[in-house]
Design a protein around this ligand. Structure first.
Ligand code: NAP
Length: 303
């Protein structure tokens, strides 16, 4: 019997680089036709080192895409009213098309209240309750960046997803739940597993598409994966191995050779998240400036 071919790596890094290149061209076209440039505002409260790294990466990539990047760094003890006042100013600022508040917030701030204070049409993280509701009811929404990135990788690999069995492990508001909604939107049969699920392994074995967003290093073993499945590993876990610090995913990558394809960690889903944030900012800009408005602006500039 022929040995099955090893699983293909889904190269999120190069897919994201291609997407960013397309987005940069789109920004160039928008700016040359209208004189307007899409803008993203990122708000960081406190000095969490990981959040600081993410915010700097978002700033760099937004600028690399020739968009305006506005970073607001506030002290950890910022009073709620001060943060709300900043969000109100950003909501009203026509140069700002997308707003993102970096999570997690310090404990004295109410995350839901803060997110819901963002104008939903500028909510490029897609976490506002209106965007979550729009996604759940199949309406045009700004969609959370990480699940959107996973969906782009899946569609690139599989084309249509209709009728496939998808299992999502993890039910967080930022990954698992919106991922399940997106897959239902693609007509998959979706099962969501979580920490109280009785037999996660058996569910995983039924999956044509397996998406894992848990935050437990190599939780998913090779014999949990159906031969020929496409596996998307969202997890990012730092572990000590052989005296070295390494990043691994939630899936035991080396045991997944019988999958059709799998995202590596790092280099899989991670780079897609920022690329989708930039895509969402351009989407928000376009919804704030429908074609007829853009044409009018371009015409006025041509006079
Ligand atoms: P989270 O909010 O902590 O949610 C984890 C989910 O996993 C919960 O729904 C939890 O179930 C479930 N879970 C925990 N233990 C489990 C187990 N043994 N079996 C099955 N399910 C279990 O995490 P998150 O924010 O979604 O992030 C998940 C992972 O993705 C983390 O490693 C994070 O760093 C990574 N991440 C990566 C990106 C990226 O850009 N690549 C973006 C976001 C997150 P309960 O709900 O029952 O507690």
């Amino acid at each position: 019997m022929n040995k099955p071919l090893p699983a293909q790596r889904i190269d999120g890094k190069s897919f994201a680089a291609g997407l960013v290149e397309q987005l940069a061209q789109e920004v160039k076209d928008i700016t040359s036709h209208t004189g307007l440039t899409p803008g993203l505002a990122v708000v960081l409260v406190g000095e969490d080192p990981a959040s600081g790294v993410y915010v700097s990466a978002k700033h760099r990539q937004t600028q690399a895409c020739a968009m305006h990047s506005f970073v607001h760094r506030l002290p950890a003890d910022t009073p709620p009213a001060e943060l709300m006042a900043l969000l109100a100013r950003l909501n009203a600022d026509a140069q700002v098309n997308g707003i993102l508040v970096q999570l997690p917030l310090p404990a004295h701030l109410d995350t839901h209240a803060v997110i819901n204070a963002i104008d939903p049409d500028k909510d490029v993280d897609g976490f506002h309750i209106l965007n979550a509701g729009r996604l759940a009811t199949g309406q045009e929404a700004l969609v959370p960046c990480t699940p959107l990135g996973c969906l782009l990788l899946l569609k690139d690999r599989l084309g249509t997803l209709a009728g496939l069995n998808a299992v999502v492990v993890g039910k967080s508001n930022i990954v698992g739940k919106p991922m399940a909604q997106l897959l239902m939107g693609e007509h998959c049969t979706v099962t969501v597993a979580h920490s109280r699920t009785r037999d996660v392994a058996a569910l995983c074995r039924s999956a044509d598409i397996l998406i894992v967003a848990v935050g437990r290093p190599e939780l998913i073993k090779g014999d949990w994966i159906k031969p020929g499945a496409v596996v998307i590993d969202v997890g990012i876990n730092r572990v000590e191995r052989d005296g070295r610090s390494r990043i691994v995913g939630d899936v035991a990558f080396d045991e997944a050779g019988h999958a059709q394809a799998i995202t590596p960690v790092p280099g899989g889903v991670g780079p897609m998240t920022i690329a989708c944030l930039l895509a969402n900012t351009i989407t928000a800009f376009k919804r704030q400036h429908p074609p007829v408005t853009l044409q009018a602006i371009a015409a006025a500039q041509g006079e």
